[in-house]
Design a protein around this ligand. Structure first.
Ligand code: NAD
Length: 450
C-alpha cells in the first residue's frame, strides 16, 4: 500500500530508539504503539478471542467466526487478541455488573493491538425502559475502556437490531472488520447493524470481486489509497479527479489497473458526465466514494465568498447531487454502496474552519437523511469521519498544532491513509448490506469532539 506522505513523526522515530524509549518512560511521556495493520496471509488478531456474555448473539458469533481461534477461558498467562462480550442479555441497570465481572479479571491480558468489542441491542429498539437505559449505558463503558487499554488496543460497541435473524449473517462483515488489523485506527466507536441478512463473499480477502467502484479525489492522499484498497479487494476502480491532477491521477489509475476520469465534481455537468462514463463502459457501478474534499481556512471574520462557496460546493453539494443523479439514471445499481467522507471537524468544529465544519457536518446530515430513503433500493449510505491522518493536508499544519493533533488521542499518534480506506472498504462490501446510516470516526479516539 502507498506509504503515507505526511510530515515525519519525529517523536515516534525518537521513541523507536532504545534511549528515546527509556527517556520517554522515565519522563512519563506518551508512548505510541506501532499499530498492527493488515497484511495478506497474516492472522487477523495477535492472539485468541475470549468470548463472553449470555445474550442472543454469543453462540451465533462462535459459528460465524469458526475460522478464529477461541480461548476456552480467561486463564492467566494468555494474551488475548480480542475480548468480545455479548451484552444483549443485560435487561436492567443492576445486570450491568456482568460487564465488570467479565472484563475486570482479563483486561490486563491483551496482546498488542488487541480488540475489545461489546455487542448490545440498539437502545431505540428495546422493548422496556430498563433495557433501553442499560443498553445505552454500554456506550459509556466501551468508550471509557477504549481510553484505558494500551499498546494499540481499541474498544468498540456494536448495536445489533433485535429483529436480526438468528444466524446473524448481517453482523459478520462488521465483526470481521473490527476483529482484524484493518480497524487499527478506529477506536471508541459505536456501529449500528440492522436486521437484514447477508451473503458471505466467496473470499473475505476479495469481497469486491467483479464490482465497479468510483472514487473521487483519487489522484493523491486518502483517495489514492482508497483506490488501492478497493482494487486489492477485487473492484475495478474508476479514479476521478480534477483535470489539473492529470498525471498523478493516471499514476493512481495505472497502479490499480483502473480507469482515470478527469472530473471536477463541482462542474454543472459532472454528475451527467460520470453517469454516462459508468453506463457506457460498465453498464452500472456498485460503489461510489465521495472523497474529493478541500479546505480554504479563514476565521469567519476574515472569510470571503470564494472560500465559503468552494468548500460547501466540493464537500457537500457535489456528493449530494452526484449520488442523486447516479441513482436517477440507474448508474448506481440497486444494492449499491455510497460512502461519504466527513471529518471530526464536522463533529467538533474547528477554529478557522466554519466553512469546512459546516460542509462536513452537512455530510453527516446527508447520511442520516438518505439512509432510510436509499434503503428502499437496497442502497446503503455511510460516512467515515477521519481525525488526524498523515497526508499532504495535515503536513501543512503548523508544527505545534500538528503535534497536538497527533497526540491528543487514545492511540497517541496520527492515522495512515490506509486506515480510512479500510473502513471505507468495509462499508463498500456486499456483505455490509445491514450497515447503513453510520458515521464511523477513524481518529484513534481523538479528544476532539469525543
Ligand atoms: P488531498 O488534498 O490530499 O486530496 C484531495 C483530492 O481531492 C485531491 O487529489 C484534489 O485534486 C481532489 N479534489 C479537490 N477538489 C476537487 C474537485 N472539485 N473535483 C474532483 N476532485 C477534487 O486531501 P486528503 O487529505 O487526501 O483528504 C481526502 C478527504 O478526506 C477530504 O474529503 C478531506 O476533507 C477528508 N479528511 C482528511 C483528513 C486528513 O487528516 N487528511 C481529515 C479529515 C477529513
Amino acid at each position: 500500500m502507498a506509504a503515507t506522505k505526511g510530515a515525519p513523526d519525529l517523536y515516534s522515530s525518537f521513541l523507536s530508539t532504545g534511549a528515546g524509549a527509556f527517556i520517554a518512560k522515565q519522563a512519563g511521556l506518551p508512548q505510541p504503539e506501532k499499530l498492527r495493520r493488515y497484511k495478506a496471509g497474516e492472522p487477523p488478531l495477535a492472539g485468541p478471542v475470549l468470548l463472553g456474555g449470555n445474550g442472543r448473539l454469543v453462540e451465533p458469533i462462535r459459528e460465524l467466526l469458526s475460522d478464529y481461534e477461541f480461548a476456552a477461558d480467561g486463564s492467566e498467562g494468555t494474551k488475548f487478541g480480542a475480548l468480545v462480550f455479548d451484552a444483549t442479555g443485560i435487561e436492567n441497570v443492576s445486570q450491568l455488573d456482568e460487564l465488570y465481572k467479565f472484563f475486570q479479571p482479563v483486561i490486563r491480558n491483551l496482546a498488542p493491538s488487541a480488540r475489545v468489542v461489546v455487542l448490545g441491542t440498539t437502545p431505540d429498539e428495546t422493548s422496556t425502559v430498563d433495557a433501553h437505559i442499560a443498553q445505552r449505558a454500554l456506550e459509556g463503558f466501551t468508550r471509557s475502556v477504549a481510553k484505558e487499554v494500551q499498546r494499540g488496543a481499541t474498544a468498540q460497541l456494536v448495536y445489533v437490531s433485535p429483529d436480526a435473524a438468528t444466524g446473524l449473517s448481517g453482523l459478520e462483515s462488521t465483526l470481521r472488520f473490527l476483529l482484524s488489523a484493518k480497524s487499527a485506527f478506529v477506536d471508541g466507536q459505536v456501529i449500528r447493524v440492522g436486521a437484514a441478512e447477508s451473503t458471505a463473499p466467496a473470499s473475505w480477502d476479495r469481497p469486491l470481486e467483479g464490482k465497479v467502484a468510483v472514487v473521487t479525489g483519487a489522484a493523491r492522499g486518502i483517495g489514492a489509497t482508497i483506490a488501492e484498497v478497493l482494487s486489492r479487494d477485487g473492484a475495478h476502480v474508476i479514479c476521478a479527479d480534477i483535470p489539473q491532477a492529470g498525471e498523478a491521477l493516471s499514476q493512481t489509475a495505472n497502479k490499480v489497473g483502473g480507469t482515470s476520469l478527469a472530473l471536477d465534481v463541482t462542474a454543472a455537468d459532472a454528475a451527467d458526465v460520470l453517469a454516462e462514463h459508468i453506463l457506457s463502459r460498465h453498464g452500472g457501478a456498485d460503489i461510489i466514494v465521495h472523497n474529493a474534499g478541500i479546505t480554504r481556512d479563514k476565521t469567519l471574520a476574515n472569510m470571503d465568498d470564494g472560500r465559503w462557496n468552494s468548500v460547501i460546493n466540493v464537500n457537500l453539494l457535489a456528493p449530494q447531487r452526484i449520488t442523486d443523479v447516479l441513482i436517477e439514471k440507474g448508474a448506481l445499481k440497486e444494492g449499491g454502496r455510497v460512502v461519504d467522507v466527513s471529518s471530526i471537524a464536522g463533529i467538533a468544529g474547528n477554529r478557522g474552519q466554519t466553512n469546512y465544519g459546516t460542509s462536513k457536518a452537512g455530510v453527516i446530515g446527508l447520511v442520516n437523511a438518505s439512509a432510510p430513503v436509499l434503503a428502499k433500493k437496497g442502497i446503503t449510505i455511510n460516512a467515515v469521519a477521519p481525525g488526524f491522518i498523515e497526508t499532504a493536508m495535515t503536513a501543512a499544519i503548523p508544527f505545534a498544532t500538528r503535534e497536538a493533533g497527533r497526540r491528543l488521542s487514545s492511540l497517541l499518534q496520527g492515522g495512515e491513509t490506509v486506515d480510512v480506506a479500510e473502513t471505507i472498504a468495509y462499508f463498500a462490501s456486499p456483505a455490509s448490506n445491514a450497515v447503513t446510516g453510520n458515521v464511523v470516526r477513524v481518529c484513534g479516539q481523538s479528544l476532539l469532539g469525543a
